[in-house]
Write a protein that binds this ligand. Sequence first.
Ligand SMILES: O=C(O)C1=C[C@@H](OP(=O)(O)O)[C@@H](O)[C@H](O)C1
Ligand SMILES: C=C(OP(=O)(O)O)C(=O)O
Length: 427
Amino acid sequence: MTKQLQPIQQLKGSIKVPGDKSISHRAVMFGSIAEGKTTVEGFLTGEDCLSTISCFKKLGVSIQQEGENVTVEGKGLTGLTPSSEDLYVGNSGTTIRLMLGILANTPFQSTLTGDESIAKRPMNRVTKPLKEMGAAIDGNDAGNKVPLHIKGGETRGIHYTSPIASAQVKSAIILAGLDGEGTTSVKEPFKSRDHTERMLKAFGVEVETDELTVSVAGGQKLKGTHIEVPGDISSAAFFLVAGAIVPNSEITLKKVGLNPTRTGILDVLKNMGADITYQNINETASEPFGDLVIKSSDLKGTVIQGDLIPRLIDEIPIIALAATQAEGKTIIKDAHELRVKETDRIETVVNELKKMGADIEATEDGMIIHGKSSLHGASVQSYGDHRIGMMLSVAACIAEGETTLTNSEAIAVSYPSFFEQLDILSK
Ligand SMILES: O=C(O)C1=C[C@@H](OP(=O)(O)O)[C@@H](O)[C@H](O)C1
Ligand SMILES: C=C(OP(=O)(O)O)C(=O)O
């Protein structure tokens, strides 16, 4: 699909961004391996989370989804049944990596596949430790790429030091450890998002966390529960930046998840001079949330690196756009992980923003941006990456002239109502 996008004078009003993608995936997965019923409210109906529902249905779980309400009839940790078809994860890295951890506990063979983007993404970060735990896994590129075949059943705990800060790696290993023999622990170089730890506790599992290490004892059971999903801060990020850079704007974003392992974008925008205020701070059973109000303001360049990176990894494309509108230089480093997301997000961000007139260059592990640049409309593409598509749509709001965005349909992966909500705010 191709979209013609026009500049926007101002953005005003209030919206509720859709449910958090990471939390929605986990609610369905943990509900599937719990005993008893799990109900989910505020579920993200984006394509990635629908892929998770479809895979767990194929594994014999009864799941009813009506819009943002989902009911899962849990089968217990060892109650999943073999699928007669391949488990197709679409575009979703979280689905395939966490599901591999769960399937390490099932004594039958499963085959996992995905779309063209998934076919390029590395899986050995998960398959290597899962093999050490006793799962039999093979696939393309010696088990690094889909299609992957996994047969599990008898896992034993490991103490794993992960070379990367990745919640997908941490979660896969912890999930595999739940039915394993002994204790399993994962240590990371920096703290990644902790939704798995928080939600497992809500399902009655004992999880120990100590700074950079998470551990679980094997042989624990999950008990079905109710999960309320807050709004996704990674989706809110597009409107936080839009509100900051489109002149005369004021946007209220309601019930946005404010888990500290995800709020790096708020720290960075504030540091750049953004005008953001918090209201109605509250908590679900396991996650904090609140309303965010953003008004347009002048921005200045900043440096983003180190332990901040995992706290805003998915927001770097939209932060790069904010940096093009900031006075001075912005440096983003230690973000090598961007090269193995839905696209190589260092290349795709730099290529497309350059076409619109940005002064931006790629580095090995990040980018350097000089602001402030006047952007102009251009013919750009998402490369099938939802976050690139949304970043370019926000860029089009401040560009002079018309922008043509191809492959805009990719946005439905995480934010099906994105253009509708942009329309509401621009009226
Ligand atoms: O665990 C999760 O839900 C996610 C973890 C992150 O990936 P990594 O674990 O690869 O850093 C993030 O980029 C992804 O969008 C969602
Ligand atoms: C990287 C992302 O997701 P995943 O790894 O689940 O495909 C994302 O949503 O930006």
